[in-house]
Design a protein around this ligand. Structure first.
Ligand SMILES: [Fe+2]
Ligand SMILES: [Fe+2]
Length: 182
């Protein structure tokens, strides 16, 4: 026998009218609406950690680009600069999102390395440079993957941004791994 099931109020897909009303009455908060709940500050902190990581990656890749120029593979030296520019673009997108969330992007050089997940590196040898960059990319991949899981459905715009950056870091790591094997 078929029984008709009716969703109780708790399981129905209803919008939160009080939150909609709060959104109507606080235009000074720009893109930040009640949906963020208590998570906005944590998201800004996560994004600032990612921003510091990207800036340290820019510095490391630039150092490697210029010091590898006289070494065996000019193609790899050139690719280090391509990576530096891509990490810089990641940093810009993170800073832009932080501002959109009403936060402050932290570019302070005093605390940059301490806040970065990835390390700076001054290796003189090409293989050591490639390895240091691969390790840094792997750390970035792990950090972005964890952030994506933490953010989940709390902020889909930030999650999509992080997913996009994660894809680039995975490409970087794959490329470095291939060079290391050559
Ligand atoms: Fe990056
Ligand atoms: Fe990268």
């Amino acid at each position: 026998m078929l029984t008709k099931t009716t969703a109780s109020d708790k399981t129905r897909m209803l919008l939160d009218e009080a939150a909609l009303d709060a959104a109507r009455h606080s235009p000074e908060q720009g893109a930040v609406t009640p949906h963020f709940g208590p998570w906005r500050d944590d998201i800004v902190t996560l994004l600032n950690g990612a921003l510091a990581t990207e800036i340290v990656c820019v510095l490391r890749y630039k150092r490697h680009h210029f010091t590898a120029a006289g070494l065996a593979s000019p193609a790899i030296a050139a690719e280090f600069l391509v990576h530096a520019n891509e990490e810089s673009a990641h940093g810009d997108r993170l800073a832009q999102r932080i501002v959109q969330l009403g936060g402050e992007p932290d570019f302070s050089p005093n605390t940059l390395l301490a806040r970065s997940h990835a390390a700076y590196d001054e290796s003189a040898d090409l293989k050591a440079m490639i390895k240091a960059n691969l390790v840094a990319e792997r750390v970035a991949i792990e950090a972005y993957s964890q952030m994506i899981t933490l953010i989940g459905d709390k902020d889909s715009t930030t999650r999509r941004l992080l997913e996009d950056i994660l894809g680039d870091e995975q490409n970087h790591a794959e490329e470095l791994k291939d060079w290391l094997a050559e």
